[in-house]
Design a protein around this ligand. Structure first.
Ligand SMILES: [Mg+2]
Length: 176
């Protein structure tokens, strides 16, 4: 049966997490302990007085435009798009400058997703459909659809409440 599927961008399609880590490491000439990255939030691993600077990376022109595509996302989303009704749903209004960049990024990497199927939004609890694939537990908590899939990212390693998908192959197994 055809499902309506919402797919988050950052940490699901676009690798924002490691982009911040690498940007931080190059700016401060340090290496964040990889063994801790899966136990703690990134913000717990850097000094308090670096927090604002690290957060500002997300507001730099080009940050969202230049993110790498997460492995497998293009192939699997293309197949999902053929079989189901796919919408990209990103809370882009947190960083208003990201709207244009995210739109261009989708044009480059996911041109088969038309503008009508791109929801660059605020709250995601307004979404009504069957499946949400997201790395943020608070988005999944408020979603009323039948399938809430938590896409693995270092920051959600300890979250237990949702069906976890570690990569796009696992999404394909569940939905294709
Ligand atoms: Mg996300």
């Amino acid at each position: 049966m055809k499902k309506r599927i919402f797919i988050d961008m950052d940490e699901v399609m676009a690798d924002a997490y490691w982009a911040v880590v690498h940007r931080y490491e190059s700016q401060f000439q340090v290496t964040i302990d990889r063994s801790l990255i899966y136990e703690k939030k990134l913000w717990e691993l850097i000094p308090d007085d670096h927090y604002d600077i690290a957060f500002s990376f997300l507001q730099e022109p080009g940050f969202f435009r230049n993110l790498k595509v997460i492995k497998g996302a293009q192939d699997v989303i293309k197949q999902l798009h053929k079989k189901h009704e796919v919408f990209i749903a990103s809370a882009a209004m947190q960083f208003p400058n990201s709207l244009q960049e995210k739109s261009e990024w989708l044009d480059e990497h996911f041109s088969f997703i038309s503008w009508q199927n791109r929801i660059l939004c605020g709250h995601k609890y307004i979404l009504r459909g069957d499946v949400l694939i997201d790395d943020s537990s608070h988005n999944l908590e408020s979603f009323e659809g039948e399938q809430k899939l938590l896409f693995s990212s270092p920051h959600n390693n300890n979250v237990q409440e949702f069906t976890r998908v570690n990569n796009w192959d696992e999404v394909a197994t569940l939905l294709l």
